[in-house]
Design a protein around this ligand. Structure first.
Ligand SMILES: NC(=O)C1=CN([C@@H]2O[C@H](COP(=O)(O)OP(=O)(O)OC[C@H]3O[C@@H](n4cnc5c(N)ncnc54)[C@H](O)[C@@H]3O)[C@@H](O)[C@H]2O)C=CC1
Ligand SMILES: O=C(O)[C@@H]1CCC=N1
Length: 269
């Protein structure tokens, strides 16, 4: 694995910023001393500090260490005001924004002296099985994209996409871990209702999910072909799928549409 030469500073060590900083250390591609994170909330920094990440109570103090790459991992609603305070310290730097819905045009207007890359990652980056879509800003160089791809590639799948694809990728892949976790919970609850012990049931559901993902990733097989192998003619799975499929497909389409509507709202807030 190519070691990251750049120093990376994450502003906002919440769910996603914390996962990125932790993932970089977990991957082994970055020496912990080359990863920094800041958050107003001390509690968010303890676990990162224990991994050897350099932590700071505010962005100004962290940026005084002159990192090469700055990841903006704060909510879209507070992005503008937070960036304004440290705008001068971000000048000349590669700034990676993961804020849902905030366009490159808006980022470049807020950060006219920085090189911007917009990324939409997801939470499993911490387990190095995340998925991230990257889009290059107008001032970012080939070398900047190379660094951004190295960072997010170390954390799972990283793909360059057009900016008009990023919101859809966010609604499907960015929000996706929550949808998958909901499926785990729904299957577990149903098992418990039918008398299975909760912990054993959850473990078996999770093992099954991992197994399906491993098999599909390894074979490249279409999910429908895989489903057919589970579905014995006239059997139990066919009966289950007849109930689940229409509800799930309708529910997922509604969820993606709702997430996209919210992305547009957040971008304007
Ligand atoms: N949570 C997720 O799975 C994903 C989140 N995102 C994006 O990541 C960004 C962060 O989202 P979450 O991690 O979910 O939010 P979060 O609320 O868990 O984390 C944000 C953190 O930023 C800190 N913060 C706010 N302003 C700050 C400032 N000026 N300086 C230092 N720290 C500051 C807060 O104390 C908080 O801990 C959002 O823009 C979201 O759209 C993108 C993909 C997935
Ligand atoms: O819920 C959110 O707004 C963020 C963006 C994608 C996943 N989590």
């Amino acid at each position: 694995m190519r070691m990251l030469e750049a120093t990376v500073a994450v502003i906002g060590a919440g769910s996603m910023g914390g996962a990125i900083a932790a993932g970089l250390v977990n991957s082994g591609c970055a020496d912990p001393s080359r990863v920094m994170a800041c958050d107003h909330n001390d509690d968010k920094l303890a676990a990162l500090s224990a991994k050897g990440v350099r932590t700071f109570p505010d962005a100004g103090e962290m940026l005084a260490c002159d990192p090469d790459v700055v990841v903006l991992a704060i909510k879209p609603q507070v992005l503008r005001q937070s960036v304004e305070v440290v705008r001068a310290k971000l000048a000349g730097k590669l700034v990676v924004s993961i804020a849902a819905g905030v366009s490159i045009a808006t980022l470049e207007e807020m950060l006219s002296d920085s090189r911007v890359v917009r990324v939409m990652p997801n939470l499993p980056v911490q387990a190095l099985s995340g998925a991230s879509a990257l889009c290059r800003g107008n001032l970012a160089s080939d070398a900047d994209m190379d660094v951004a791809l190295q960072i997010f590639g170390a954390l799972g799948s990283a793909k360059v996409m057009r900016e008009d694809q990023l919101d859809a990728e966010g609604a499907v892949v960015g929000c996706g871990p929550a949808y998958v976790a909901l499926m785990v919970d729904a299957l577990t609850r149903s098992g418990v209702e039918k008398g299975l012990p909760a912990q054993a049931c959850r473990e078996m559901v999770l093992s099954t999910m991992r197994g399906v993902c491993d098999q599909l990733l390894e074979s490249g097989e279409h999910p429908r072909a895989y489903m057919e192998k589970v579905t014995s003619p006239g059997g139990t799975t066919a009966a289950g799928l007849r109930e689940l499929e229409p509800a799930l497909i309708g529910g997922v389409q509604g969820a993606i549409d709702a997430a996209l509507r919210r992305t547009v709202e957040l971008a304007g807030e």
